[in-house]
Design a protein around this ligand. Structure first.
Ligand SMILES: [Zn+2]
Ligand SMILES: [Zn+2]
Ligand SMILES: [Zn+2]
Length: 144
């Protein structure tokens, strides 16, 4: 997702583009391939615009979430990680547990499960599926 697209999207939803907001979006855009923690996002934003503060980062993530522009994962350690959504099409992710690298998977295996749900008299409305593992860079160091 391009920075200009995000800025336009926010503007058209009535949000002002402040220096902090732009900085946070800039960091998210350049980190498109990785999930990032709030702390990490704040640190990287400060490198560009030192006045960025934590509450602004949270507020912006909230707005992005409301506009369905950001994707959020809670790790098994309870840490919340964010990244911009890859596309509006339904898809899944494979996520590196160590560095947060994320690959989109276009294939959706849910049809079979949908049928099973019907057999159990459930009307399936939505689902979430993420695959976790170690990316090639992290595989050699996963036991550390
Ligand atoms: Zn995605
Ligand atoms: Zn990794
Ligand atoms: Zn699916």
């Amino acid at each position: 997702m391009k920075l200009n697209y995000l800025l336009d999207k926010l503007k058209s939803n009535g949000y002002k583009i402040t220096e902090q907001r732009k900085t946070i979006l800039q960091v998210l855009t350049s980190n498109n391939k990785n999930l990032i923690s709030v702390e990490n996002l704040l640190d990287k934003s400060k490198e560009i615009y030192p006045k960025t503060n934590m509450s602004t980062v949270y507020r912006n993530l909230e707005i992005l979430e409301k506009l369905s522009l950001v994707y959020k994962v809670v790790t098994e350690n309870g840490i919340t990680l964010y990244k911009l959504v890859c596309s509006n099409e339904h898809h899944h992710h494979i996520i590196c547990k160590k560095c947060g690298r994320t690959e989109a998977i276009e294939f959706c295996p849910i049809n079979t499960l949908e049928k099973i749900s019907k057999d159990k008299n459930f009307d399936l409305t939505d689902h979430k599926l993420e695959l976790y593992g170690y990316c090639i860079d992290c595989q050699s160091s996963k036991n550390n």
